[in-house]
Design a protein around this ligand. Structure first.
Ligand code: GLC
Length: 550
């Protein structure tokens, strides 16, 4: 990668922003804007807050920021209910603020990825409002999926399809028709067989690309194409067929849409990157990641796996093989805004149901916080050593745990209501992150936070961990700094290791070794670059990872 002069105030060179392959082995930091940093003091994070913390992200050493939606939204689903795809939510700032963020990030050598949400709009989107005011069979309704109901008087939903957040996937409107929503009722699904829908999204991709955005994360990319022929067939999202024949998810027609997006993204120099969020079987994931489509697809396999050496090794092997087969590069994710944080998952007893644990406000079963964090640090360090791109979710670099005891009346996730209060949802990983040891909202903003933070959050703040040997923040900083100059090729060589130990070497010979067991094992030969636990007496402690050079 060619370099530019150092960024003012730092001694590191700014990487060129012209490398078309930057995304292949990047560290991408996910910002959930409402919960990152609040500059204007309304308790909700904003775009200016992200700009304000670009120096922090620069020092952390990330290559790109992925921004979860910041578009105008009633926040029925945390911003994934978009009322206008080509603007900034006034609660979060303005387009000028966005431009300032892009400029600040680029000056620091950090790229910007934005989230596009093509499966559904907000019910407040001008198109849906028009659809509600227009008659059955109108062009305005044809942008969405409106159908007559079943049963006497059409009073029953057109099919038994269920929403991802619980309850029917259909809602009835005043004139008796029903519209489809695979998520909340405030998120009506678009009909992607409609050319107007396709043209509008291409305009959105160009709008943000023209503003300097470097890439796109495509929300529920596997749901855009649907078989809407009647009678509607049942869908089984938990057991998707491998031939693309489910009526709602992972249909082959989606690839034609994504191929047309790639042609738009390739009009830019460098071409804009893209990554699919597609919860599909691993064998089908490669289709989304082909160079003729998005280039990458999230691999959620590790996020769903236990802290287990065989599971990790099998997942790594399978995903690297698939990536090289398709021409994509692998992606690795341990946490994001939709799942219980990995420090917590790993601290619950093996096989525990984290949803049930949340419902008990974190009382049952007992969470071993120290063990969870120890394992999380080991797993993160392993993942950061892998070829491909690593996606880091805000706060994991501080070792944050899930917040389980948010009072019911403060919950925001639509899952809570739609599940009839049986699923607390995802707010516990979306609590505004702590920047300072104390103060209003621990430095998140000047005047409180939109979700309550735990009393001990300051212990895990940036201020408390900055410069502290052995802190999780310093672990991530050290790992990212080394990785930046040692990316090497996109493959690895497995090392001979004792039982419950997983080790591999990267192209120029540096190695990552993880002890998944609880007993210490002899430390392999070599100079220690970074370790997730203190190394003493020539031993690699249980549940820890070390990076070594020859
Ligand atoms: C994706 C997002 C999630 C959102 C859903 C509906 O899965 O990651 O947060 O609720 O899509 O847009």
């Amino acid at each position: 990668m060619s370099t530019q002069p150092p960024v003012p105030g730092t001694d590191q060179p700014t990487p060129s922003l012209h490398d078309p392959d930057w995304w292949r082995q990047a560290v991408v930091y996910q910002v959930y804007p409402r919960s990152f940093a609040d500059v204007d003091g309304d308790g909700v994070g904003d775009i200016a807050g992200v700009t304000d913390r670009v120096p922090y992200l620069r020092e952390l050493g990330v290559d790109a920021i992925w921004l979860s939606p910041f578009y105008p939204s009633a926040l029925a689903d945390g911003g994934y209910d978009v009322a206008d795809y080509r603007d900034v939510d006034p609660k979060l700032g303005t387009l000028a603020d966005f431009d300032a963020l892009v400029a600040a990030a680029h000056a620091a050598g950090i790229r910007i990825i934005v989230d596009v949400v093509p499966n559904h709009t907000s019910d407040l989107h001008v198109w849906f409002q028009e659809a509600l005011e227009s008659p059955r069979g109108s062009a305005a309704r044809a942008r969405y999926v409106f159908r007559d109901g079943s049963g006497p008087d059409g009073a029953e939903p057109p099919s038994d399809w269920v929403s991802n957040f619980g309850g029917s996937a259909w809602t009835r409107v005043a004139d008796g028709q029903w519209y489809l929503h695979l998520f909340a009722r405030e998120q009506p699904d678009l009909d992607w067989s409609n050319p107007e829908v396709r043209a509008d999204f291409e305009q959105t991709l160009r709008f943000w690309s023209d503003r300097g955005v470097d890439g796109f994360r495509v929300d529920v990319a596997h749901a855009m194409a649907k078989d809407l022929s009647e009678p509607f067939r049942p869908s089984d999202q938990d057991h998707l067929p491998l031939d693309g024949s489910d009526p709602l998810y992972d249909r082959d027609e989606v690839h034609e849409i994504l191929g047309s997006w790639r042609r738009v993204l390739d009009e830019y120099d460098p071409p804009r990157s893209a990554i699919a969020e597609a919860w599909v079987p691993a064998r089908r994931r490669v289709l989304y990641a082909r160079p003729t489509e998005l280039g990458q697809a999230f691999n959620f396999d590790l996020l769903e796996a236990p802290f287990d050496p065989e599971a990790f090794r099998a997942i790594i092997d399978e995903n690297l093989a698939q990536a090289s087969q398709s021409g994509a590069s692998s992606t690795w994710v341990l946490s994001n805004h939709d799942v219980v944080r990995h420090a917590t998952r790993y601290g619950l007893p093996d096989g525990a149901d984290s949803g049930a644990w949340l419902m008990s406000d974190g009382r049952e079963p007992v969470l071993d916080r120290d063990r969870g964090l120890r394992r999380a640090r080991a797993a993160s360090l392993l993942v950061l050593a892998l070829p491909g791109s690593a996606y880091v979710y805000q706060g994991e670099e501080l070792g944050l745990h899930e917040v389980a005891d948010i009072p019911y009346d403060r919950l925001q996730d639509p899952k809570w209501a739609r599940s009839e209060h049986t699923d607390k949802g995802r707010d516990g990983c979306r609590v505004p992150i702590p920047w300072t040891r104390s103060g209003s909202s621990f430095g998140f903003g000047p005047d409180g936070a939109h979700l309550p933070q735990p009393a001990d959050f300051g212990t895990w703040s940036v201020e408390a961990e900055d410069g502290v040997d052995g802190s999780t923040l310093e672990l991530y900083r050290a790992a990212l700094a080394f990785r930046r100059t040692h990316r090497g090729g996109e493959d690895l060589t497995w090392l001979e290791t004792p039982d419950r130990v997983v080790g591999f070497a990267r192209a120029d010979g540096w190695r990552s070794v993880t002890n998944f067991g609880t007993d210490p094992v002899p430390l392999p030969e070599g100079a220690v670059v970074v370790a997730s636990c203190p190394i003493e007496d020539g031993l690699l402690p249980g549940e820890s990872t070390v990076w070594l050079t020859a």
